[in-house]
Design a protein around this ligand. Structure first.
Ligand SMILES: Cc1cc2nc3c(=O)[nH]c(=O)nc-3n(C[C@H](O)[C@H](O)[C@H](O)COP(=O)(O)O)c2cc1C
Length: 183
């Protein structure tokens, strides 16, 4: 199984990044490969670069290939100003017309130090992905509130067993065949 992750945070010490690392650890024993697409270097979306007769820029072509080759996609993101971070929306805009999301299973996790867990961004992402005709797996969608209190201050690893269990359930629902994710 291959899960491609898209992260809405470019921050080195990202709390959402902690969730991505945990997802990798939790699926290791299944032989599931969890990789993260590099979306930070994508050009700004411009239909003129992508229309008839245009050749998509190399980083865009690489992103499309990664999505096409994945069994499922997990979007993990903070919320900025009650919305989706620009870097992530930009990546999704490049994928609207090319079709790699059609019927692709996708989960959406948003995490925030606020108790609301980025629920505006979570709802917006699910709406956009449904418009792109992805198969949004409800059981793989999570809002994680008060994330800072659920991570180890030094290592950034998840220190909250309930969050680990929720993430595990979300990952199991995302992969078409049942997995045996480790504790
Ligand atoms: C420009 C900006 C806007 C933000 N807006 C929101 C917001 O609307 N809702 C929210 O819950 N948190 C908001 N935050 C706080 C982020 O959730 C917090 O910085 C979080 O740690 C970012 O995720 P990361 O740790 O994965 O980088 C905002 C942060 C920044 C820098």
């Amino acid at each position: 199984m291959r899960i491609l992750t898209l992260s809405g945070s470019l921050r080195a010490r990202s709390t959402n990044g902690s969730l991505l690392r945990a997802a990798r650890t939790l699926t290791e024993a299944d032989g599931t490969a969890v990789t993260t697409a590099d979306i930070g270097g994508l050009p700004h979306f411009n239909p003129d670069l992508d229309g008839e007769g245009a050749v998509a820029p190399a980083p865009v072509a690489a992103l499309r290939k990664s999505v096409a080759e994945a069994d499922a996609v997990l979007v993990v993101s903070p919320e900025y100003a009650h919305g989706v971070p620009g870097v992530l929306k930009n990546a999704l805009d490049w994928l609207v017309s090319s079709g790699e999301f059609i019927d692709r299973r996708v989960g959406v996790i948003t995490a925030s130090p606020s108790p609301t867990g980025g629920d505006y961004a979570n709802a917006q992402l699910r709406e956009t992905l449904r418009m792109m005709t992805g198969t949004v797996v409800d059981e793989s969608c999570l809002t994680v509130g008060t994330i800072s209190a659920k991570l180890d201050r030094d290592t950034g690893e998840i220190a909250d067993p309930e969050l680990t269990a929720q993430l595990k359930t979300a990952l199991q629902a995302l992969t078409p065949n049942p997995t045996t994710t480790t504790a």
